[in-house]
Each structure stands twice: as structure tokens, then as C-alpha cells.
Design a protein around this ligand. Structure first.
Ligand code: SF4
Length: 82
């Protein structure tokens, strides 16, 4: 079992078509409602951020929200190095 598998088995989306999480911005926003009560939401978000996942919904965030979050993290990292 891989690291991802260890949390993926508890995912709310485990029996949902993956395309649900890779649609338009509106479709992704709707898909985040599946994530809200997901018990592995934090692990899913960490997975996406550490692996630079560019597309789809991860950890209750649309891909646009993930891009924003990643940019904030990068800015915070850069300012800590100064
Ligand atoms: S947070 Fe959303 S995308 Fe991530 S495992 Fe849970 S239901 Fe799936």
C-alpha cells in the first residue's frame, strides 16, 4: 500500500467518478461539497500541495484555490528566507 493509499481508503470520493473533480470551475466548486465532511481532507490537501498537483479538486479546494494557496505558501517561504 502506498502512502496515498493509506488515507485514500477513507476518502469520501473513493466510489465517485474521478471526472467529478476535474470539470469546469463551477463543477469543481460543486464537487467541494463532497470534500467538506471528508475525514482525510487534510491529508488530501497535503498530498496535492507537496506534489504540486495542478488540476482538479484536492482537500476541498478547487484548482484555482489551490494555485492561490500555493502562491501564498511560496511568498511566505520567500519572506522567511530574507
Ligand atoms: S478531500 Fe475531497 S478530493 Fe480529497 S479525498 Fe476527500 S473527498 Fe476526495
Amino acid at each position: 500500500m502506498t502512502e496515498r493509499d493509506s488515507w485514500e481508503v477513507d476518502a469520501n470520493c473513493r466510489d465517485i467518478n474521478v471526472n467529478t473533480f476535474f470539470g469546469t470551475a463551477d463543477q469543481q466548486q460543486a464537487a467541494t461539497t463532497i470534500c467538506q465532511p471528508c475525514p482525510v481532507r487534510n491529508a488530501c490537501l497535503d498530498y496535492a500541495l507537496t506534489r504540486n498537483m495542478e488540476y482538479g479538486v484536492w482537500g476541498g479546494h478547487t484548482q484555482d484555490q489551490l494555485h492561490t494557496l500555493r502562491r501564498r505558501q511560496q511568498r511566505a517561504t520567500r519572506s522567511r528566507r530574507r
